[in-house]
Write a protein that binds this ligand. Structure first.
Ligand code: SF4
Ligand code: SF4
Length: 380
């Protein structure tokens, strides 16, 4: 088995994974804390997280894969470029979380995990079965990865490797192949002694105060949740705090001192081929048609939130930009087919200079959606 660990590590690295560990398939150590977090409704409208069948699978991994013996946890780095400071600070551009600057990580990781699982199956004497996951299953993957020695949990709730930071994706292979280990085969050196210490940078830097206490994230306030997971109306009191983030948010990782050590990838599918992939001009996003959205984000994880949510987010960012140049496209969006877009455009329009009274009044006179009418009335 010791040989198999070494071969697994070598094979995983050959496939591009930077960290790998294997642990017996047991419920995650922080499952009870997670369930208390759900009870406090900090998962917001991500109802799937609280679904009884999903909780049952978290309690018993054998419900995911009967006969499962081992969970193999893997990390794939994604840090590519540092955004030039002038671009990062430009409010006329929308900010995109750096994991989404290039290819969709699901498309990259899933086949690699399947390849590794097939290789592993070929090493076994008898028949084995497996399932692979990339943030889609009922697994507390950061917790399992910590147990497997891939890093420690930071106060920002991210998994942090002391020498690689936290800019990596996690994936798992569940297998019926037993690995008789009670420790990670590839532990972080001195991991018990490595932690955040007295640092509180991420807690202080969060634009929306989404950490009620260290190690606890109230997703309902998190910009990543608001821009990606939340399908409907962004709470009005949070909109001004979101700055120009239009897809995710990197602030609590950007400020983390451990990310100084994150390797910068040169040849990577996650590298943006143009600076606009990392920070697109807001005027471009406000003008996106459904066809334009499909063409532009066909191979990006951003395609998952669809045009409506991205343009909604761009409206909020445009409102925070507060430049007159955003007036005409926002006025045009008052006639969008999506009520969500119309309502957020109305909110934003009030925050850009210019006389928009006639456009808002015309929109109010034809509007039939109650929430949009409220947004228009507030904006008028
Ligand atoms: Fe706060 Fe952004 Fe981190 Fe969410 S991702 S907790 S909004 S800093
Ligand atoms: Fe921990 Fe500081 Fe990093 Fe936050 S910024 S996760 S407190 S080391």
């Amino acid at each position: 088995m010791a040989d198999l660990y070494e071969k697994l590590q070598e094979r995983a690295r050959h496939l591009g994974f930077s960290l790998v560990g294997a642990i017996p398939a047991r419920p995650a150590g922080r499952l009870e804390a997670y369930l208390r977090w759900i009870e406090r409704e900090m998962h917001g409208l991500m109802g799937y997280m609280a679904r009884p069948d999903r909780v049952a699978r978290r309690r018993n991994p054998a419900l995911i894969l009967p006969g499962v013996q081992t969970i193999i946890c893997l990390a794939l780095d994604y840090r590519t470029i540092d955004l030039p400071a002038a671009v990062a600070a430009d409010p006329s551009r929308g900010r995109i979380s750096n994991y989404a600057w290039g290819a969709d990580y699901h498309d990259i990781m899933t086949p690699r995990l399947e390849q590794l699982a097939a290789w592993l199956a070929a090493q076994a004497a008898g028949e084995t079965r497996h399932r692979v996951y990339v943030d889609t299953g009922a697994l507390l993957e950061r917790d399992h990865a910590e147990t497997a020695g891939l890093g420690f949990t930071g106060k920002n709730t991210m998994l942090i490797h002391p020498r690689r930071g936290s800019w990596f994706f996690l994936g798992e292979i569940l297998t019926t192949l037993p690995f008789p280990v009670s420790r990670s085969p590839f532990p972080v050196p001195n991991s018990a002694a490595i932690s955040c210490g007295r640092c509180t940078r991420c807690l202080r830097a969060c634009p929306t105060a989404a950490f009620p206490t260290p190690y606890v994230l109230d997703a309902r306030r998190c910009i990543s949740y608001l821009t990606i997971e939340l399908k409907g109306w962004i709470p009005a009191e949070l909109r001004p705090l979101m700055g120009n983030w239009v897809y995710g948010c990197d602030v609590c990782q950007d400020v983390c001192p451990f990310n100084r050590f994150a390797p910068e990838l040169i040849d990577s599918p996650f590298r943006p081929d143009h600076i606009d992939r990392a920070a697109p001009p807001l005027l471009d996003l406000l003008a996106l048609t459904p066809e334009g959205f499909d063409a532009r984000f066909a191979e990006s994880p951003i395609r998952r939130i669809r045009r409506e949510r991205l343009v909604r987010n761009a409206c909020v960012a445009a409102g925070n930009w507060g430049d007159a140049a955003a007036g005409p496209p926002l006025t045009a969006l008052l006639a969008d087919s999506s009520p969500i877009v119309r309502g957020h455009a109305a909110w934003a329009l009030k925050r850009v200079p210019g006389d928009h009274a006639a456009g808002l009044a015309a929109a109010l006179s034809r509007e039939t959606d109650d929430q949009v009418r409220r947004e228009l009335a507030l904006s008028a």
